[in-house]
Design a protein around this ligand. Structure first.
Ligand code: SAM
Length: 365
């Protein structure tokens, strides 16, 4: 690696923000031989590294100033510095300039594909292992049967843009709506249980509404709703993402209400409820947009019931195209922890496996 000798570089501007950085990168790009280009890059790199050492925050301030994290900048500059030829070094510089000065967003999210390497926390594999519940934000983990906030968070960032509308047909304690509020998405949450909605309302009110978005709660049986009419109440014609987190049939009883899908008398009646909701959602979800269903399987009388796959098939029958099947590990609840040994014993004796996963099925309209 070349040592940085400032005397070799004339009229260098101090790198303090995106503009000064781009000026320096463009200057480096004009160099006609490998030694001079690397000399320039070394200079820029050492200044960025110095900035990174001096930063006492978690880097957010620098990221805002440069439009890119310092770590990512360092990585890109190092790549240009390690190039074997002048052409290659110029190529890396020009790619870096492009990602600093232009945005390339897709049709259904705000991710800037010129900076795709920075989204380390966005999952693209079909196996989701989530060790801990995200405890930031106003979530109330007390609602039995809720999902962890990371599920809607991942979906919202990948499948929606800011200010778009999300429909959650089983809102429960409002996990989706809280994440929407945190990420600047509007949301409508439906639930049959007023108790669940009260807890959702309370949770949402505790969350800062930085982006001034709407979080609308609606008490109804989501299998019987006229979705167009519902959306009309909020002056919109369509939504851009649907999230369904139904009861896993009768595994957890949510209420005494016979319309509650956890009280469905048979698997067929449960599945027909899922189908009705999917058909309703199909009418109001924009074409090319996504529906995600979170669901698990169950045991009944010594038999594994593939409830998730049955429900998946109902959604497909409603006209959706399957895009991905994600397998996610289960959070073992406190109540279950104490019974783990017993379940292991039973599994060994009975020849079955203990549930440790659920599914997130992803469909495109
Ligand atoms: C698995 S929970 C959803 C939890 C939610 N994702 C959360 O994080 O809090 C399922 C919810 O579906 C609701 N539910 C059951 N049957 C329903 C129906 N027919 N219409 C609307 N909501 C229903 C229950 O009241 C329960 O709150």
């Amino acid at each position: 690696m070349l040592d940085f000798d400032r005397s070799l570089i004339s009229n260098r501007e101090e790198v303090t923000n995106r503009d000064s950085l781009v000026i320096e990168l463009k200057r480096a790009e004009t160099k006609a031989d490998i030694k001079s280009i690397k000399q320039e890059i070394t200079g820029i790199l050492s200044e960025v590294k110095q900035l990174s050492k001096n930063t006492d925050t978690n880097g957010e301030e620098e990221q805002a100033k440069f439009g890119m994290s310092l770590n990512s900048l360092i990585e890109n500059l190092q790549q240009a510095l390690d190039a074997y030829s002048l052409e290659r070094a110029k190529y890396y510089l020009s790619r870096l300039i492009k990602s600093l000065t232009t945005e390339k967003t897709g049709k259904f999210n705000d991710l800037d594909m010129n900076r795709w390497k920075e989204y380390n926390d966005i999952i693209t594999d079909s196996l989701w292992i989530m060790e801990k519940r995200d405890r930031t934000g106003a979530h109330n983990a007390g609602y039995w049967g809720n999902f962890i906030p990371q599920i809607p968070q991942q979906l919202l960032r990948r499948y929606t843009k800011k200010n778009e509308w999300v429909l959650d047909t089983f809102a429960g304690s409002g996990t989706t709506l809280i994440e929407c509020q945190r990420l600047g998405r509007n949301a409508i949450g439906i639930d049959l249980s007023n108790e669940a909605l009260d807890s959702a309302r309370l949770n949402i009110s505790k969350e800062n509404n930085v982006y001034n978005t709407k979080a609308e709660l609606f008490n109804a049986d989501s299998t019987k709703l006229n979705y167009r009419e519902l959306l009309g109440k909020f002056n919109i014609d369509s939504v851009q993402l649907v999230i369904m987190h139904p009861p896993y049939w009768d595994i957890i009883k949510f209420s005494e209400d016979e319309r509650d899908l956890s009280n469905a008398p048979t698997a067929d009646s449960f599945l027909s409820g899922i189908r009705q909701i999917a058909e309703g959602a199909h009418q109001v979800l924009d074409k090319g947009r996504f529906l995600a269903m979170v669901i698990g399987d169950k045991y009944s009388k010594g038999e594994w019931i593939p409830l998730g796959f049955y429900a998946m098939s109902e959604i497909m029958k409603a006209g959706f195209k399957l895009k991905s099947t994600i397998v996610k590990n289960f959070d073992v609840t406190k109540a279950k922890q104490s019974q783990q040994e017993l379940w292991r014993y039973r599994a060994l004796l009975g020849g079955f496996y203990v549930f440790k996963h659920e599914y997130i099925f992803l469909f495109e309209r």
